[in-house]
Design a protein around this ligand. Structure first.
Ligand code: SF4
Length: 398
């Protein structure tokens, strides 16, 4: 495992080698086969070569065709001349005191996204929080990403790449048969994954493929703010666990803090949760609930939450998240006492409601925060440079 000094010092750890048009990462097997045909690989070898390439990219995690040792030298050379499997530039690589890791990566068009690894308490496994968009069109009031404009959807390659980068840094190649450190994934980073459905679906299919990364669908959770029309499709076409950013139990409050609620109000959202494919079996739906002082944390809110989950007969788990304030946010974290009280009420009603401990606060782990801070730092650095240049010019001309 790569050792990094703990703390918040940004380090440049890799140079860009990702070429968006030529990367083979993010392609499905049929697409890899097409690329191989394009470079003249004989038809009778396509299936075998596709299997080899897939194995080296997703099982062994190699970053160059040179490392594909069971592929003949001339094929490796042709692959290297036409395609890449390198990673994006990592412009920040941070390690928190509590073991949380955060990477800010930059794609060739200059756009940046962040990916966070959150270890569990024993630190022998953990969850990777993956982004689906650069910025977000939704403007949830408590979310830092909501203050950034949407730039674009991430491609399938860029979503898969976040996983590969995390595995590189956690030293987890080849894919372990058991005892994985990166043991689960949540699509809960920047962006609304259901607004980038096709790319998210294709990326998750690659991550689940049993000849490569082979992460079980039971270990993957897609979190939505409540894009009701896409929820069923998510269950049918991807089949992963669902999490809902609920955060309020009345339309009045939810309209205010999550404007998407005006489009898809609570009743429609909860009905779609009840009907989510697989929700009637052992699969529970997770409801994320950020605890905002005097906004959504009263005893009455707790009662309403239980009432709603019972009314819609949803097999649910509630994650209570103490708000992680960021510069410029208008909310405060609920009192610990009230969070505990809220949690106990929901637990007593027979619904699991653990309190998530805040993680990685020393490395700006609130979603979207690192990207903004890093942009701000670069902007102020640029302004400083301009001021120095101006001073120098003034000095020369006076
Ligand atoms: S909580 Fe999610 S959907 Fe809402 S603004 Fe933030 S990133 Fe977008």
């Amino acid at each position: 495992m790569q050792t990094l000094p703990l703390g918040t010092e940004p380090t440049v750890v890799s140079r860009p080698t990702l070429d968006a048009d030529r990367t083979m990462v993010g392609l499905n097997r049929a697409e890899i086969g097409d690329r191989l045909r394009q470079i003249g690989i004989p038809e009778k070898q396509i299936k075998m070569r596709t299997t080899q390439v897939w194995h080296w990219i997703y099982y062994r995690g190699v970053k160059s065709f040179d490392e594909m040792l069971n592929v003949s030298k001339d094929v490796r050379q042709k692959l290297a001349e036409n395609f890449t499997i390198g990673r994006p530039e990592i412009i920040e690589n941070l390690a928190s005191k509590d073991g949380t890791r955060k990477w800010l990566m930059k794609f060739p068009d200059g756009n940046e996204v962040e990916t966070v690894f959150i270890p569990d308490k024993a630190k022998d496994r953990g969850t990777l929080c993956v982004s689906s968009q650069v910025g977000c069109t939704l403007t949830c009031k408590f979310c830092h990403t909501g203050t950034q404009r949407l730039v674009r959807n991430l491609t399938t390659a860029e979503i898969v790449m976040q996983f590969l980068v995390a595995r590189d840094h956690l030293g987890e190649w080849p894919t372990p048969s058991e005892g994985r450190v990166l043991s689960s994934v949540v699509m809960m980073g920047m962006g609304e994954p259901l607004y980038n459905f096709d790319n998210v679906r294709d990326a998750l299919k690659i991550i689940m493929d049993d000849q490569g990364i082979a992460l079980s669908r039971r270990r993957i959770t897609l979190s939505t703010s409540g894009v009701v029309p896409e929820m069923e499709r998510c269950g049918v076409e991807i089949g992963v666990n669902l999490a809902i950013s609920l955060h309020a139990v009345t339309n009045e409050v939810r309209d205010e803090i999550m404007p998407i609620n005006k489009k898809y109000p609570l009743e429609e959202l909860l009905a779609a949760c009840r009907d989510y494919p697989g929700a009637k079996g052992s699969r529970r739906i997770t409801f994320e609930y950020i605890m905002l002082k005097d906004i959504n944390d009263s005893d009455e809110d707790a009662r309403n939450l239980v009432r709603l989950l019972r009314k819609y007969d949803i097999h649910a788990k509630v994650n209570l998240i103490p708000f992680n304030p960021w510069p410029g946010s208008n909310y405060q974290r609920s009192e610990d006492r009230q969070i505990k009280r809220f949690s106990e009420y929901v637990f007593d009603a027979g619904i699991s409601a653990p309190i998530r401990s805040p993680r990685g606060e020393d490395i700006l782990a609130a979603c979207g925060q690192l990207k903004s801070e890093s942009e701000k730092m670069r902007k102020s650095e640029m302004l400083k440079q301009e001021a120095l240049k101006q001073q120098a010019e003034d000095g020369i001309s006076s």
